[in-house]
Design a protein around this ligand. Sequence first.
Ligand SMILES: [Mn+2]
Length: 287
Amino acid sequence: MIPCLGVASGLGGSHRGSEKGPIVIRERISLPVDWKEMLCPTPNVQVAWEEIPVLNEKIARITFSHTMQAPFSLIITGDHSSGVGTWSGVAEAQRQKGQELGLIWMDAHMDAHVPETTPSGNIHGMPLAALLGHGAKNLTHLLSEHPKIKPENLFLVGIRCYEDEEKELLEKLNVRIYYIEEVKSRGLSQVLSEIVNTFSERQLSYGVSLDIDFFDPSVMPATGTPEANGVDPDEFLAAYELFDSYPPVAFEFVEFNPPLDTNDESLRRVDTILHRVVQNHASCSVA
Ligand SMILES: [Mn+2]
């Protein structure tokens, strides 16, 4: 069975409700995965900067262990600040196996702020900067002091809302950004095929981090950060076969906010998406 980690926290964002996302997914979607753990923030701790680094340290230790033991693992969390822990753990496991990690970040936003540039202060807007080695040490130094992802191994897809400071950081580092206009004009399949070919040529293992706001909010309403002109979930499902020939080592799905759903419309789509994600890994097991 695929090891699966849930993180029932929304402390990194400002819309209450997303902390319920992983719990609703576990209760209402019968995935062929082994739910190993459902992490929660310490009760009554509301200060994000106290709790999120601690939570991410736990996430990193768990994804490290899952990646050491199984060829594929799933991570489902309430907000994208988990990305620091998830990919720090996976990258550190791959590093110990002598491999660098590639990462595909599918999102409406860049999530590449540092504490000095963020207008909102929300930590879910910072994970990519931290994974690249920029920002607060209690996020950049999880498990080791190395930057976890090299800029040339990072690909952002679907971007349509960002601040100048994030764009400047990513451009300075030469990170490849596929803005939504390019995704729409070339098609998601073409874009993913280009990225997966790059990983394959470099013989990199890679992960996928999918924020629910990647999708168009008109068909995926259960998001606290809706941005119009997103990707159609059906196009994502059709493009997913690009991953089958060279599969990721881990998949992270974040920010599903059940109270914002309408008549379970998003839940049904999340159900289909997550079943597709685990489809070709069902036989993988923890050694
Ligand atoms: Mn995000």
